[in-house]
Write a protein that binds this ligand. Structure first.
Ligand code: F6P
Length: 325
């Protein structure tokens, strides 16, 4: 039976990660296990940055954005020689199970640890991008949607007053899940996603906006994913082509910060609880992930989910085209 676990956060921070740390630490203590926090993710693992967590270590954090364990995107962990050093630290600290909280890249790291050392690992999906296969939602996505939505609502006021087209650039280098969600709920006229590159066509976009003007529309909001390039540059090109004012707001890192919503906290707490419940009786060589499908927490074997890509909801994307006519 697993007696001493470690927990870390890696990749981009996401609001609700602290709730997940709290869920892991309090559950482990409740089950009579010892729990260590590894600061700065895989990078901290390579530098033996372990610290014993007590119940009070996670007091007053459920409401806080960011991660108290901090996070780093580690390049060194991709190096097999370096990984051997990390494994030596896991051994030295007598860790017999590891919980990794992070995005898709973090999942690969956890699975690799199990494959190379046999250590049981559980992966908890947390990312504002919601781009993890095997779960309907990642920790932090709901908060980021609401932060972006609040910004879009404010931009709509000034867009309508000045009769301007606004481009709102939303985070997401590779995937448009976040952009799609806040584009639909923010009532965007146009949503531009890396998954539907053919629609990112200035001719098409300008024709669509012109037809809106003919129908009496005096302002429009375009929500565009970061992965398609610079919103500022696109705004300048569109302004030149259409001959009227186009402005851009890049939402950037504000989407990763702030107070987690109730949904993000609940997801963090219940993923943390379920991860520890699971790892308690896991065997050497096992690697799993927790996720949510519908309202239910689900468990997946990492072998079946790692490396798979989550698909964007094409139906929702098409639906928004109807709303913006
Ligand atoms: O955490 C996800 C994310 O915010 C993406 O939406 C974004 O493309 C990326 O991280 C930015 O990464 P970095 O923090 O390395 O600038």
């Amino acid at each position: 039976m697993i007696k001493r676990i470690a927990v870390m956060t890696t990749g981009g921070d996401a609001p609700g990660m602290n709730a997940a740390i709290r869920g892991v630490v309090r559950t482990a203590i409740g089950f009579g296990m010892e729990v260590y926090g590894i600061e700065e993710g895989y990078s901290g693992l390579l530098q033996n940055m372990f610290k014993k967590m007590e119940s009070y270590s996670v007091s007053n954090i459920v409401n806080k954005g960011g991660t108290i364990l901090r996070t780093v995107r580690s390049k060194d962990f991709k190096n097999p020689e370096k990984r051997k050093e990390a494994y030596a630290y896991l051994k030295k600290n007598l860790i017999d199970g590891l919980v990794v909280i992070g995005g898709d890249g973090s999942r690969m790291g956890a699975y690799t640890i199990t494959k190379e050392t046999g250590m049981p690992t559980v992966f908890i999906p947390a990312s504002i991008d919601n781009d993890v296969y095997g779960t309907d939602y990642t920790i932090g996505f709901d908060t980021a949607v609401n932060v972006a939505l609040d910004a879009i609502d404010k931009i709509r006021d000034t867009a309508a007053s000045h009769e301007r087209v606004f481009i709102v650039e939303v985070m997401g280098r590779e995937h448009g899940f976040l952009t799609l969600e806040c584009g639909i709920t923010g009532g965007a006229e146009i949503i531009l996603l890396p998954e539907f590159k053919k629609d990112f066509n200035i001719e098409k976009i300008s024709n669509f906006l012109q037809s809106g003007i003919r129908r009496g529309k005096n302002s429009s909001i375009i929500v565009m994913a970061e992965g398609l390039g610079s919103g500022i540059e696109f705004a300048a090109k569109l302004e030149k082509k259409m001959g009227f004012e186009v402005r851009c707001s890049v939402l950037g890192y504000i989407q990763r910060g702030g107070t987690p919503t109730a949904r993000s906290r609940k997801l963090g707490l219940s993923f943390g609880y379920n991860a520890v419940k699971l790892i308690k009786s896991m065997k050497k060589g096992e690697s799993k992930m927790v996720g949510i499908q519908g309202e239910k927490v689900v468990i997946h074997d990492m072998k079946k989910v790692t490396g798979k890509e989550r698909e964007i909801d094409k139906g929702a994307y098409e639906m928004n085209k109807i709303f913006s006519l």
